[in-house]
Design a protein around this ligand. Structure first.
Ligand code: PLP
Length: 389
């Protein structure tokens, strides 16, 4: 298996920084904000109260109840706590969901550009990723026609990530319903809905896949977590909600591998989900302002084109027009990875080439960084494009 290209880009940036270069790191997929104070305090209190023992493997009943409340409050979807599992982040839970539902040689449809880990997880589960490339013309979203075309008799699952990493695309209710209609004719297919960027939407409303398609609830697993919306990446809390049979299998897998997620993190996550939610909105407004500023600047760069994404905290920048051009040193840019290397070497701006997301001709840059870093990085990207010959 290949390791993650995102990790490689980050490490390359770190290496140059260690050599004394000034680096503007836009590779990271985590909020630059701190965990909200009320949540951190709940974590402190948990330690002080001695909440340092094992919990049930799939999380406490209290946190599952908080997750159920969140689904009802934010998504108008009802889950029993028996239909919920807590894990050490959305990432391991996605893997456990796939391990639970896949048999050898099953196929899993993954719309691309996609988060790098989806195909790897499918392969680890012994199944086959089927990549369905979504074009810029469809807003990088899977269309019903493309979904239908990707389905075979071996298709066992569809992974739908909205808001999408790396493009920031957000599926609206009717788009999800149109995909749901296709799936209705294929009862074997399970939907794995990764909604980890739920709280990071701008100008549009977030819709949970199950809310859009209640008739598919019995074969949908929603995965979400505290990492992105509550700036809790290091606390490692994620959750999955879906059919009891799948949850029971995940419980068995957890019991023989990861065990329970960190006890004090579970208590902090209860506060995140049930406490005041105002910080979520404040931070989303800040991301939105950064997005708008960065999009405006980058669209002035010759050779770059970027749409204003509706969600997440990434810009997916089409740099295909820079390919074939030469750097001031005379090096020809053969692909977007060459362009990213050029940005890093010439301007110290670290981004991730789209090959890391199973697509070509683009790069991903995160705007989950402070304003000064983002502004200077964008200015340098424009300068780098102007210098191409
Ligand atoms: N799903 C997607 C699409 C992501 O981009 C990420 C993190 O980058 C995750 C899941 C993992 O989230 P967690 O930190 O909860 O494991």
């Amino acid at each position: 298996m290949e390791g993650s290209i995102i990790g490689a880009a980050f490490e390359q940036a770190l290496q140059l920084r260690a050599e004394g270069r000034e680096i503007f790191d836009l590779t990271s997929g985590e909020p630059d904000f701190a965990t909200p104070g009320n949540v951190s305090r709940a974590g402190h209190e948990a330690i002080d109260a001695g909440a340092t023992k094992y919990t049930p493997t799939d999380g406490t009943e209290e946190l599952k109840a908080a997750v159920a409340l969140k689904f009802q409050r934010d998504n108008d979807v009802v889950y029993e706590t028996s239909e919920i599992c807590i894990g050490a982040g959305a990432k391991p839970l996605l893997y456990y969901v796939l391990l639970s539902i896949l048999d050898t040689d099953d196929e899993v449809i993954i719309p691309t550009p996609a988060w790098a880990s989806f195909p790897g997880m499918v392969q680890l589960a012994g199944a086959r990723p089927v990549l369905s490339l979504c074009e810029r013309s469809t807003g990088y979203k899977l269309t019903p026609t493309a979904l239908e075309a990707a389905i075979t008799q071996d298709t066992k699952a569809l992974i739908l990530n909205t808001p999408t990493n790396p493009t920031g695309a957000v599926y609206n209710k009717s788009e999800m319903q149109a995909l749901g209609q296709v799936l209705e004719a294929h009862p074997r297919i399970i939907v794995v809905a990764d909604e980890i960027y739920e709280h990071l939407v701008y100008d549009v409303e977030f819709t949970c896949f199950v809310h859009a398609n209640p008739n598919l609830k019995e074969r949908t697993v929603v995965v979400n977590g505290a990492s992105k919306g509550y700036a809790m990446t290091g606390w490692r809390i994620g959750y999955a909600a879906g059919p009891v049979e799948v949850m029971n299998t995940i419980r068995k897998l957890l019991s023989h591998s990861a065990g329970n997620p960190t006890t004090l993190s579970q208590l902090a996550a209860i506060e995140a989900l049930t406490g005041p939610q105002d910080q979520v909105q404040v931070r989303a407004a800040s991301y939105k302002a950064r997005r708008d500023k960065a999009v405006m600047t980058l669209n002035q760069a010759p050779g770059l084109a970027v749409e204003r994404p509706d969600g997440a905290f990434y810009l997916y920048v089409d740099c295909s027009e820079t390919i074939g051009r030469r750097t001031p040193d005379g090096d020809k840019l053969e692909n977007s990875a060459d362009f990213c290397t050029y940005l890093l070497q010439s301007e110290g701006v670290a981004t991730v080439p789209s090959a890391g997301f199973y697509a070509q001709g683009a790069l991903r840059m995160s705007y989950a960084c402070d304003d000064a870093t983002l502004t200077e990085a964008c200015r340098r990207m424009v300068r780098a494009c102007n210098a191409l010959v």
